[in-house]
Design a protein around this ligand. Structure first.
Ligand code: WTA
Length: 656
């Protein structure tokens, strides 16, 4: 559809009704909303029965704001819920994962019985290597079956995993390992990225040198590249894990046993360790996965295209789908590895029924052209999902038309690392869907859009998204920093969780998410804070000051634009500004991750500051987005914004 047509279409047909075929078979029935609203706590307690317990809980929510526990006197084992119980129920032959490696034809089907043997062996190995319940284990791996096995093996022995995205550099590893006091690291020699074997073990080696608490490193051989070896500390997976018994008697743990930490960017330079515990999180994961994706474990093939290094991979590749016993695709590579139709070939080959991905991926696939999906048989698809960023109506419509063939409902799901699972979403078969709207709170979840003073806004108005009651998957806090948890989420509005997102209710009362209202950027669905990137930039000895903003970008949603002033030394060194800029962009990629590489860096003589010395990022964002400038009268030097605007046009160093 061309632009004008899309607008005309949207103004006429603003919503799609669920098809009666879908509704007739849907897991969720319309009464679900009332049932949950009547007594949310009781409703969640009912959902908790989806889990297999060693000791059934007699309690649900215990709430001492801002700290909640759920089902606290129950006992269970998360890995038993994801694996053993399906084998015991006679589904051992069902495929858990169709694993698809990045190199063509590098594939492996792992059944639930296989997965049980793998997790059992890995659990024995972790115990042999000294990992104990209550420890923290860092996992830094590519998207290979061992990554899932490693997570589940940690859960099985009661150790909390902290998965660190394989794209992060060793610096990021150090911060996360030290903050959580990880005593053990699981990694691989390397991983594949567009045909190139990238090193992972080398990054771990560099990091662990600075982390005295790490006693052991377990290494999967994935690429066969040479790695340095530290006798006594390093162990090959194939040597230690493979010789273990495939039978492992699981221990049972309290409902509130820490299950994992997931580090995410906030508004400060230091990422925070978001803590999730076992039973509440699993209840949330399994319930939302069941209703939002309408899964039928006997017949569905789910594919969540996220990396397990992010929360989406945790909840909708590992814990939700496995606890529901479904079959999935686990794909190692990028969408264009082996050709731009790689995804569609995978959907066709494995008859994927449910596809869950991010708007950035959709916009990229859209750029590559509709003829690619059209050249493949995508008739197996029956439901599509979106997550991670606001989805623009145009991308939504393309997804519906060319991927979903105007047949598949689309669920635009809003949630966060902190919420553990989906919070705002349509329910397929029940909800009308609108291109770009996340629609409504999930049953049992209380969402409120409020104004500056915390008063609920009416239909047709915008404000801040808040959550007004605790939910099972809610983070139990920031690792080692309870005050920061209170301060960041529970202080802005009395008694409410402040998500950091803007939202509006349309005239029908449906929810639309409008993006972050704080200093958190969203680059291709990845969260990064402006301060984190600024911190990396000023860590370079050529940089005196830095200000970073997220500017809107057609493909990645937002892109990083940085404004820097140089130290005298840098300006005198006889190096050109172009060279400095190239060096700085690489520096940020190295220190944080390639996803943090600024799209553009502008070298400026000064930054716009108020008289109290505060950098006015709002103005820089106007400059970066080529908008008319806001009020500049509070600046010490109002003329600087004009100077920066001119410089911005000169440094056209977009990353293509
Ligand atoms: C954004 C990812 C609009 C939002 C699961 C949130 C979204 C942040 C949506 C959390 C959506 C996520 N529509 N925005 N459907 N989903 N976001 O922690 O700004 O990586 O606060 O969790 O992503 O990112 P996180």
């Amino acid at each position: 559809m061309v632009d004008g047509e899309l607008e005309a279409f949207l103004s006429e047909t603003r919503s799609f009704a669920p098809s009666s075929d879908f509704s007739a078979q849907a897991n969720a029935q319309p009464s679900i909303y009332e049932e949950a609203a009547a007594d949310p706590e009781a409703w969640w307690a009912q959902q908790a029965r989806r889990l297999t317990w060693d000791v059934e809980p007699t309690t649900a929510l215990e709430w001492t704001p801002p700290f909640a526990t759920w089902f606290a006197d129950g006992r269970l084992n998360a890995s038993v819920n994801c694996v053993d119980r399906h084998v015991e129920a006679g589904h051992g032959d069902r495929v858990a994962f169709h694993w698809v490696g990045e190199p063509e034809d590098d594939t492996l089907d792992v059944t639930y019985a296989d997965l049980l043997a793998r997790v059992s062996r890995a659990a024995h190995a972790l115990t042999e290597l000294g990992v104990r319940a209550g420890d923290r284990v860092a996992i830094y791996m590519p998207m290979i079956p061992e990554a899932v096995t490693a997570m589940l093996a940690c859960a099985r022995v009661g150790a909390a995993h902290s998965v660190i995205f394989g794209g992060f550099a060793s610096e990021a590893l150090v911060d996360r390992i030290l903050d959580a006091d990880c005593t053990f690291v699981i990694t691989a020699d390397g991983g594949y990225r567009r045909g190139v074997a990238s090193p992972l073990k080398a990054q771990v080696d560099a990091a662990v040198e600075r982390c005295a608490g790490v006693r052991g490193v377990l290494v999967v051989r994935r690429t066969g590249q040479d790695v340095a070896w530290h006798e006594g500390r390093d162990h090959w997976w194939h040597e230690v894990v493979d010789r273990q018994s495939p039978v492992h008697v699981p221990e049972s743990f309290p409902a509130e046993q820490p299950l994992f930490l997931m580090y995410t960017s906030g508004t400060t330079a230091r990422p925070k360790g978001i803590l999730h515990t076992t039973a509440g999180y699993l209840t949330h994961a399994v319930t939302t996965h069941y209703y939002v994706f309408d899964v039928k474990p006997e017949s569905d093939v789910c594919w969540t295209s996220a990396d397990i290094g992010w929360i989406t991979g945790h909840t909708y590749i590992v814990y939700g789908p496995l606890a529901n016993g479904v079959t999935q695709v686990l794909y190692e590579g990028t969408p264009d590895a082996g050709g731009r139709d790689r995804w569609w070939r995978i959907v066709e080959r494995y008859k994927v029924t449910i596809l869950y991905t991010a708007p950035t991926a959709i916009r990229t696939l859209m750029k590559w052209g509709a003829d690619l999906p059209q050249a493949h048989d995508l008739s197996s698809l029956r439901l599509l999902g979106s997550v991670g960023e606001p989805i623009n109506p145009e991308a939504w419509m393309w997804y519906r038309e060319y991927v979903g063939q105007n047949r598949c409902p689309i669920v635009d799901t809003w949630w966060q690392t902190e919420t553990g699972g989906i919070m705002v979403t349509p329910l397929p078969g029940i909800t009308h869907t609108k291109p770009g709207a996340a629609s409504a709170a999930f049953p049992g979840i209380s969402v409120d859009v409020v104004d500056n003073e915390g008063a609920s806004v009416g239909n047709g108005e915008g404000g801040y998204l808040t959550l007004s009651a605790p939910w099972p998957g809610m983070t139990r806090g920031i690792w080692g920093d309870p005050e920061r948890f209170q301060e960041t989420y529970w202080s802005r509005f009395e008694g409410r969780y402040f998500a950091g997102d803007g939202a509006k209710r349309d005239d029908d009362g449906d929810l639309w998410l409008l993006g972050r209202v704080d200093d958190v950027m969203n680059i291709s669905g990845h969260r990064l804070s402006t301060t984190e990137v600024e911190h990396a930039l000023v860590g370079h000895d050529g940089v005196a000051e830095a200000a970073v903003v997220g500017a809107s970008d057609e493909t990645t949603g937002q892109a990083i634009v940085a404004f820097v002033t140089l130290t005298l030394r840098a300006d005198e060194d006889g190096v050109s500004h172009e060279e400095i800029i190239a060096d700085l962009r690489d520096h940020v990629a190295r220190v944080i991750s390639p996803i943090a590489r600024p799209r553009q860096i502008v070298i400026t003589p000064d930054l716009p500051k108020t008289r109290s010395g505060k950098i006015m990022r709002r103005l820089l964002r106007d400059v970066a987005e080529h908008r008319a400038l806001g009020d500049v009268t509070t600046l010490t030097d109002p003329s600087i914004v004009g100077v920066i605007d001119t410089l911005m046009g000169q440094h056209g160093n977009d990353d293509e």
